[in-house]
Design a protein around this ligand. Structure first.
Ligand SMILES: Nc1ncnc2c1ncn2[C@@H]1O[C@H](COP(=O)(O)OP(=O)(O)OP(=O)(O)O)[C@@H](O)[C@H]1O
Length: 290
């Protein structure tokens, strides 16, 4: 199984934020979801992969080739980028913009584009600036799916979409990945998107990778415990990634499922956490330790 993206010891500092020593591989042939709270560094990471932001240190390889600085055209051709930030000329129409973009891609397939234009109900005569947020994302997606990209990198692609199209788009992405040479990386705040289609989950919090795991294996690692407060002494509290207490008892996340089950199986309720619960307690726990 080869890696479509490889990040080695990437660092990027802004005034009040740092992405610290990020090493990460994204597998070819799979859908990887990138999650993390607001300001965690998802867009910065994606922009570094796209050559739109340069890292202070570290290296980036795409398709096994080092892409830094040169961001070789050959690599870019193989990537379809979808973001809700407009990267097009706002005063042009959809048709005019498509006519400018298509010649840049040797593998451009006009029939495929026309198919998506119809499916997404894209109005060819409308100016980009007149498109709704969701329409802009659909246009980006139509372009990305029509130039034979091997890798789709998408920054919150579903955020501006209505629930019906959102679901259709996820289905479209699942179909796209049936060709095992295609890969998708997308960031989202919506854990249901990930539950539906992601194979791998990369979780980033405060500029650090918390995990990069197969979605299926997360349930084997983490455990959600619900019990009475009398169970929590100072030593026991340390085992938890994060805890929420109320008048009656507590609910908390443990990252070593086997140990958690051994200790709590007779005294508390032990459950498999959802992705949202894993995110919630990890972020809550890290705030508590600041
Ligand atoms: N050009 C910049 N100059 C200074 N700080 C920046 C710049 N770009 C991003 N940041 C800061 O870096 C941090 C991470 O931002 P980023 O957009 O990568 O987060 P994110 O995980 O995509 O967040 P969200 O989920 O809200 O979109 C934030 O604190 C942001 O203010």
């Amino acid at each position: 199984m080869s890696d479509v993206i490889q990040l080695d010891h990437l660092t990027k500092s802004y005034d009040r934020f740092e992405l610290r020593d990020i090493s990460l591989t994204i597998k070819e042939g799979f859908i990887t979801g990138l999650i993390g709270p607001n300001g965690a560094g998802k867009t910065t990471l994606i922009k570094m992969m796209m050559g739109m932001v340069y890292p202070d240190q570290g290296s980036i390889s795409m398709f096994g080739q080092n892409n830094q600085l040169s961001q070789a055209a050959a690599i870019k051709e193989r990537i379809g980028y979808v973001s809700d930030e407009s990267i097009y000329y706002e005063h042009l129409t959809v048709k005019q913009m498509r006519a400018i973009i298509a010649p840049f891609y040797p593998r451009w397939d006009q029939d495929t584009y026309m198919k998506f234009q119809e499916l997404f109900k894209l109005p060819p005569g409308k100016k980009i600036k007149e498109l709704s947020k969701g329409m802009k994302i659909k246009f980006s997606l139509a372009i990305a799916l029509s130039h034979g990209a091997d890798l789709l990198i998408m920054d919150e692609p579903t955020s501006g979409l209505d629930p019906v199209f959102r679901r259709e788009m996820l289905e479209l992405l699942s179909e796209h990945i049936q060709d095992e040479k295609k890969s998708i990386l997308f960031s989202t705040h919506n854990t249901t998107d990930l539950d539906r289609i992601a194979d791998y989950i990369v979780f980033i919090n405060d500029g650090k990778i918390i995990f990069n795991e197969m979605k299926e294996s997360l349930g084997e690692q983490y455990l959600l415990i619900k019990g009475g407060k009398e169970l929590l002494d100072r030593d026991v509290r340390r085992w938890f990634v994060g805890i929420r207490e109320n008048g009656l008892g507590f609910e908390g996340l443990i990252s070593n499922r086997a140990e958690g089950e051994r200790y709590f199986k007779d005294t508390a309720i032990c459950e498999t956490p959802t992705l949202e619960e894993i995110m919630y307690y990890t972020v809550k726990g890290s705030e508590a330790h600041v």
